[in-house]
Design a protein around this ligand. Structure first.
Ligand SMILES: Nc1ncnc2c1ncn2[C@@H]1O[C@H](COP(=O)(O)OP(=O)(O)OP(=O)(O)O)[C@@H](O)[C@H]1O
Length: 299
């Protein structure tokens, strides 16, 4: 795919500050703050009801926050001018619009919405989607609709993509191929992506950063590489009554992320092998399964 140059002066693509969104008595976003820089592929991770779709809705201007601000390319999210909108792409959780259009017709029709009509979709993207251009949208399966909304979101080569569980209905091969396509789309560019998912392992290879949310707040924010390398369980060895105190008293740069009450183990961020001397024979280090760490962090 071709890689359009981003605007060289941009420091951040997204700036969210103290965002609050309340539905009735429910604080779906409870003071969320986060920025996304050009070139970042941010995995938005959290359990059901954590606030991921609400955050995306506020970012795209579908939802009006109660307080705080969400800015994209420096503009308030609900007030994006057309030229800024044209730099964004969005894949919703489910696509239910334009049921009577034929696939090819819809791709052409939506192209006319842009002030500068985009070129035809990338052949590699169309080959991946493997859609019948003559089929009506309403006749597509859930996974085929998801492929179509991915084609529509990528076709104008946006600088910022917002993907709300884009692979949820895709089969394993299509998921893998989509992740490779996304990595290729962003490689060597300053394009940014916010991609929500429940499945960390899908995003592990492509995301540069993991943003964990729970109860409407950011609970952990880490570069993906660091997440793999420095998150560990510290497990008391059999017979040790407790973990060594110096692991937890703040002298070591360890951030506790969770505890396993059954074993007394703690999940920490910031581990490095040079700290092994502090363990003596009182604790073992275990590398967590990424999904298990995700559950612990967002509990
Ligand atoms: N339109 C709405 N009206 C009332 N409550 C809502 C509305 N939209 C979201 N909520 C509530 O806000 C909270 C956050 O929901 P949201 O859809 O943002 O979570 P999510 O992280 O996207 O969840 P999921 O992983 O299930 O898609 C939930 O408690 C949800 O019930």
């Amino acid at each position: 795919m071709t890689h359009a140059a981003p605007h060289a002066t941009e420091r951040s693509v997204v700036d969210i500050t103290d965002l609050v969104k309340i539905f009735g008595t429910r604080r779906a976003l409870d003071g969320m703050s986060v920025s996304i820089a050009p070139g970042e592929i941010v995995a938005l991770l959290g359990p059901n009801g954590a606030g991921k779709s609400t955050l995306i809705g506020c970012l795209l201007g579908f939802l009006l926050p109660n307080s705080g601000s969400a800015r994209i390319f420096g503009y308030e999210a609900g007030e994006l001018p057309p030229e800024a909108r044209a730099r964004m792409g969005y894949v919703p959780q489910a696509m239910n619009a334009f049921p009577s259009f034929r696939v090819g017709q819809l791709i052409d029709y939506l192209g006319t919405f842009y002030a500068v009509p985009p070129p035809p979709p990338d052949p590699a993207l169309l080959a991946w989607a493997n859609l019948d251009m003559a089929a009506r949208v309403k006749s597509l399966s859930g996974g085929q609709k998801q492929r179509l909304s991915i084609v529509l979101a990528f076709r104008h080569q946006p600088d910022f993509l917002v993907l709300d569980e884009p692979v949820a209905s895709l089969d394993p091969q299509a998921r893998r191929d989509f992740m490779a396509l996304l990595a290729d789309y962003c490689a060597g560019s300053q394009r940014s992506v916010l991609i929500s998912s429940h499945i960390l392992s899908d995003l592990e290879k492509v995301a540069t950063r993991a943003l964990f949310v729970a109860r409407g707040r950011v609970v952990h924010d880490t570069p993906m590489a660091r997440f793999r390398e420095s998150i560990r369980w510290i497990v008391p060895t059999a017979g040790a009554s407790a973990l060594p105190a110096d692991l937890l008293d703040g002298r070591l740069p360890l951030k506790p992320l969770g505890t396993d009450t059954a074993t007394g183990a703690i999940l920490v961020d910031g581990w490095c092998d040079a700290m092994r001397g502090h363990l003596a024979d009182r604790a073992d280090i275990r590398t967590p399964d990424l999904e298990a760490a995700f559950l612990e962090i967002t509990r």
